[in-house]
Design a protein around this ligand. Structure first.
Ligand code: NDP
Ligand code: GDR
Length: 373
């Protein structure tokens, strides 16, 4: 019989790719989904299996990382070989608005899950993966950042994840659990949440090109990030749980670009040459040239990017660049998809959706397009 995995955050970007990956490996996959007032399983609907079937290898449980008894009951029912704790309030800017909730879910939620495993006597059976983050490095202490770089978190999200990081290490040392942290740098995909910067850009520009939106309002576009593809990164999450000993690893590409560069590439994939003018909050992105047929709604000279101070954070992480040498040497992990390939994939996917919406609009069936407020 195959192994059993339990994934918190299965409805999120990483959870959906990891569930696919584990199903392909023959795992029985259990996921925790939150109750919401409307469907929230779009990212995993394509792998849904009828729970009435005796051959269902994907099973969903209602639950929440803020609910101890719920987590304990699910762990008892599933008795997982591997737990992937991907569930989190994962938006850095939102964590400044909801710091206590973020701490409860991201920090104490991790403790609840570890305690459930220990309380049920599964600490020698169940392997535990914690979704740690490059946000732990925060205010730069060393470039590039590696496993030994000191942490300096810069947001309630990062501080909560710092607790989760150390409680994972502590349960490994105190109880001999196979528990490890993947310190993952930013990773994206067409399934990325719409309010994270890459997806906001690819989706926003595709909509603008098709006449569904008029301007992209951005925060700090000088920010530097080390972006990889989520598919590469979930493979690594699984690899980390297949070793002889639990260890923590940095997962990154080792290459860094600015948000401005990501905007420029995304525009180029739509046939738009963008020119930036002005400085600080007065900087704008202007259409300089249009090639091809993907941007019928635009003309040369249109201003399609503006800076809006509401998207600046009270404390910013200006630069992140990871050193994945340990993962490469010890696990043989190498990212297969470059950031530019990923950008092209994201734009193509968002353009397909925008074209569908534009076609409906032409025929009088306009659907509202959600925009970040
Ligand atoms: P997403 O925001 O796409 O997914 C987060 C998941 O957590 C969703 O399934 C969400 O459910 C679920 N969730 C949120 N709150 C709760 C809660 N209270 N109880 C249970 N589940 C909850 O994140 P990603 O997939 O991008 O990231 C996965 C993990 O990796 C997160 O922990 C994130 O902090 C971390 N991480 C991500 C990086 C990245 O670049 N993507 C880099 C480093 C770390 P719902 O769908 O209902 O909202
Ligand atoms: P980050 O990702 O905060 O690094 O956290 P995000 O994509 O939100 O921001 C990256 C950088 O872009 C700047 N930025 C903007 N960001 C957003 N969201 N919206 C904007 O309009 C905008 N303009 C500029 C930000 O200031 C920032 O510097 C992500 C999350 O997935 C975390 O869960 C994860 O832990 C880290 O990556 C690694």
């Amino acid at each position: 019989m195959g192994k059993r995995a339990l994934i918190t955050g299965i409805t999120g970007q990483d959870g959906s790719y990891l569930a696919e990956f584990l199903l392909e490996k023959g795992y029985e996959v259990h996921g925790i989904k939150r109750r919401a007032s409307s469907f929230n399983t779009q990212r995993i609907d394509h792998i849904y299996q009828d729970p009435h079937s005796h051959h269902a290898y994907l099973k969903l449980h209602y639950g929440d990382l803020s609910d101890t008894s719920n987590l304990t009951r699910i762990v008892r029912e599933v008795e997982p070989d591997e737990v992937y704790n991907l569930g989190a309030q994962s938006h850095v800017a939102v964590s400044f608005e909801a710091p206590e909730y973020t701490a409860d879910v991201d920090a104490i939620g991790t403790l609840r899950l570890l305690e459930a495993i220990r309380f049920l006597g599964l600490e020698k059976k169940t392997r535990f993966y914690q979704a740690s983050t490059s946000e732990l490095y925060g205010l730069v202490q060393e470039i590039p950042q590696r496993e030994t770089t000191p942490f300096y978190p810069r947001s309630p999200y990062a501080v909560a994840k710092l607790y989760a990081y150390w409680i994972t290490v502590n349960y490994r040392e105190a109880y001999g659990m196979y528990a490890c942290n993947g310190v993952l740098f930013n990773h994206e995909s067409p399934r990325r949440g719409e309010t994270f910067v890459t997806r906001k850009v690819t989706r926003g520009l595709a909509n603008i090109a098709q006449g569904l939106e008029y301007c992209l309002y951005m925060g700090n576009i000088d920010s530097l990030r080390d972006w990889g593809h989520a598919k590469d990164y979930v493979r690594m999450q699984w690899m980390m749980l297949q070793q002889d000993h639990a260890e923590d690893f940095v997962i990154a590409t080792g290459v860094q670009y600015s948000v401005r560069e990501f905007i420029t590439w995304s525009a180029a994939h739509l046939g738009i040459t963008l020119r930036f003018e002005g400085q600080g909050v007065d900087e704008v992105g202007i259409v300089e040239k249009i090639e091809g047929e993907d941007a019928p709604a635009l003309s040369v000279g249109d201003v399609i990017v503006r800076i809006d101070s509401r998207y600046f954070r009270p404390a910013e992480v200006e630069t992140l660049l990871g050193d994945p040498s340990k993962a490469k040497e010890k696990l043989g992990w190498i990212p297969e998809i470059s950031v530019k390939e990923m950008c092209a994939e994201m734009v193509a996917e968002d353009l397909r959706t925008a074209k569908r919406h534009a076609l409906l609009k032409v025929h009088g069936f306009e659907l509202p397009v959600a925009i970040e407020t």
